[in-house]
Design a protein around this ligand. Structure first.
Ligand code: WTA
Length: 650
């Protein structure tokens, strides 16, 4: 660590944004219009009167028919903008394509090899209309689901937007997952049409997608058609009646397509996320509330203005990409950058070079990326002119103060406040986050977004100050997920059954004496690997599906860059002899079943796993051993020898 960084860290300074920056922010202007003098007053007034706050923002979007009521909150169910008529695409696309933003760049795309595509709002509108008509020609209409498995190419947002335009529900699966994940998610969603690409480059090597999809489509009875984007010229085999090329189906399509008038509560998309059991949860978001929520947070948290070049360097396959690469920037009518490749390819200057080249003004990434660049050294960002940057953002996992200060100093040149935004797939939008007018403490996500009632509670639901506890939300917000797809009971059980009328986030956090929130991490059996949620149960079930494996336990192992890594313990079936290749085979198996991000860094063979007398695996004990922490109460443990064995291994 450099001396300066060390100094900044020890100083425990509160970082205040400059007056010039504050005076020019969207939120400050909004506060002036509403006679609000400071941040605390804003939070107080908004919490008292959420209807007033959200009505004012909802008015900035266009409604086919005005809503009659802002929200109805019967926990755990909320409805927003009742009895209105709305479509997110009318707001994200149609109104811009026909207005002053017509020729403005909507998406600025750069491929891994450096090719650039600038797609204006009008061009995007045409592509979306054509693709919406193509979907219709395959029998897709309102309420149908379409499963999408595409790399970071413009066809991915085009496909999403086209679905929404005609009232179909998209279900995007991260292309870094193995196709088996796509299969399970297609079957859960019951999709008729799937969309993929031939393949895509990763660090200069071509990866095949279509070939893998072909294998899983044997097990997806609802699929009638597969649309294939020719992206990388990877040779593929097209299946007679089922497969159609994207460019061929688009050829004769009409460039106009009417936008379906939707109820604001109609579903917009399903996005699967890891839960504590092996089966992923299909989080459902809707047109109206989701649009208002992501629009408002991009406007106030990242302070986006019409000439900004916004770069959210996430993958569209995750919620961060859905909300803040695709929907929110388009709703605001600004330019959103999409980068296909990895951030350090071909060298660690890649993203800094792109910031300089495109004049990026607001940049949003994950702490794992910041830590990776800390390792590469300051000389990389210092080669580039990063003076276009005004604000920085962080998301996906707790940002440690050291990484925060490095990001602030080396990337932001001590001028750009860092918005450490806490939120989840389920929340759709930022819930605990600074605003650009807030005083910042490195490592804290600051306070709830206006109107949001967040709290830290103990096991009995009592509020805590100073100590760690369950992070909960006690109010509704517009982009709240409405249910879990086809699983309303699990929606209640997983999120709303611990405390009355209260949303359980599954994270642990602490609130300090100034009311600042410090997120500590997950409390359930979900790992956070480089900002990606991985369910331990899903990895365990992949491990036990391998011949010879009887039992498996997966825990997170702390890692300096990725936050956590997957660490597995397996028990082999009796009479099964492990050969020297077994560990590698198991790692490969998980990689194929789930995807590279879930690959365990270590697979330890043990003769038994620590269990309670009733036979439950005590992951908590394994976790403590792996982290080198005290194991705590082990009075219910049936087999202490198992703990000793693990102790010797880690
Ligand atoms: C973690 C990503 C600390 C947290 C938007 C949460 C964070 C999970 C932060 C959701 C943050 C997200 N500080 N932890 N600023 N943001 N997390 O659903 O554990 O992929 O529950 O949504 O990421 O991950 P998800």
């Amino acid at each position: 660590m450099s001396k300066d960084l060390d100094y900044l860290l020890k100083e425990k300074r509160i970082f205040e944004p400059s007056k010039t920056l504050v005076d020019d922010t969207n939120i400050k202007k909004w506060m002036d219009e509403h006679d609000i003098s400071d941040y605390d007053e804003l939070l107080e007034k908004a919490e008292e009167n959420p209807k007033w706050f959200w009505d004012d923002l909802a008015r900035e979007l266009e409604w086919y028919k005005p809503y009659e009521k802002t929200f109805e909150w019967n926990p755990p169910h909320a409805e927003w903008f009742l009895n209105g008529k709305f479509n997110i695409i009318h707001n994200a696309l149609d109104r811009h394509a026909k207005g002053t933003n017509k020729n403005k760049t909507a998406f600025l795309w750069e491929s891994e090899s450096g090719n650039v595509r600038r797609i204006s709002y009008h061009e995007l509108y045409i592509e979306v209309n054509k693709f919406a008509n193509a979907l219709k020609s395959l029998g897709i209409g309102k309420g149908d689901t379409v499963s999408i498995y595409l790399p970071m190419i413009p066809e991915l947002p085009i496909a999403m937007l086209a679905c929404a335009k005609i009232g179909a529900i998209h279900s995007v699966v991260f292309s870094g997952f193995w196709a088996k994940a796509f299969q399970d998610r297609i079957n859960d969603a019951g999709s008729k049409v799937a969309i993929t690409a031939d393949g895509f480059p990763r660090r200069g090597k071509l990866l095949n997608l279509k070939e893998n999809v072909d294998k899983i489509l044997e097990n997806t009875p609802t699929i009638t058609n597969l649309i294939v984007v020719n992206h990388a010229d990877v040779p593929v085999k097209m299946e007679g009646n089922r497969d159609v090329w994207w460019h061929e189906i688009m050829e004769n399509m009409d460039t106009e397509c009417s936008t379906e008038e939707m109820d604001p509560e109609d579903p917009l998309f399903i996005l699967y996320t890891s839960g504590t059991t092996g089966k992923p949860k299909g989080v459902v978001h809707v047109h109206g509330g989701y649009a208002v929520g992501v629009y408002s947070t991009l406007k106030f948290v990242f302070d986006i203005k019409k000439d900004d070049v916004w770069w959210c360097a996430a993958d569209i396959g995750w919620i961060t990409g859905h909300s803040y690469i695709v929907y929110a920037p388009l709703l605001m009518g600004v330019t959103s950058l999409i980068y296909e490749g990895t951030p350090d390819y071909p060298d660690p200057g890649r993203i800094w070079d792109m910031i300089e080249k495109y004049g990026v003004s607001v940049f949003y990434t994950a702490p794992t990326t910041v830590r990776m660049f800390m390792k590469f050294g300051e000389e990389w960002p210092e080669k580039y002119d990063l003076s276009s940057l005004r604000l920085l953002g962080s998301v996906g996992e707790p940002i440690n103060p050291e990484a925060w200060v490095w990001y602030y100093k080396i990337i932001g040149r001590e001028k750009c406040p860092i918005m450490d935004t806490w939120w989840q797939t389920e929340t759709g939008m930022h819930l605990i986050t600074p605003l650009p007018i807030s005083k910042l403490k490195p490592g804290s996500a600051v306070k709830p977004f206006p109107t949001v009632k967040a709290d830290i509670v103990d096991d009995n639901g009592n509020s805590l100050v100073g100590n760690g506890g369950h992070l909960v939300i006690k109010s509704t917000w517009p982009s709240m997920f409405r249910t879990l797809y086809k699983d309303p009971d699990r929606y209640i059980e997983a999120y709303w059954s611990s405390f009355e009328n209260t949303y359980l986030s599954g994270d642990v956090a602490r609130k300090d004496e100034d009311g600042y929130f410090w997120i500590q991490g997950r409390e359930d059996d979900v790992l956070n690997v480089a900002g990606h949620r991985i369910s331990t149960a899903e990895v365990e079930s992949a491990l036990v599906s391998f011949p010879g494996v009887a039992e498996a336990a997966v825990v997170g192992k702390p890692d300096e860059i990725k936050g956590e890594e997957v660490c597995a313990f397996v028990v082999l079936k009796q009479n099964y002899i492990a050969d020297e290749n077994l560990e590698a085979a198991l790692r490969h198996h998980v990689r194929c079943e789930i995807g590279p991000i879930a690959t365990p860094v270590c697979v330890n063979m043990v003769s038994d796993l620590p269990k309670t007398r009733s036979g439950k695996i005590m992951r908590r004990v394994i976790k403590a051993k792996v982290k080198g922490e005290p194991v705590g109460d082990i009075s219910t443990l049936a087999n202490p020898e198992a703990v000793d064995e693990i102790h010797k291994l880690v």
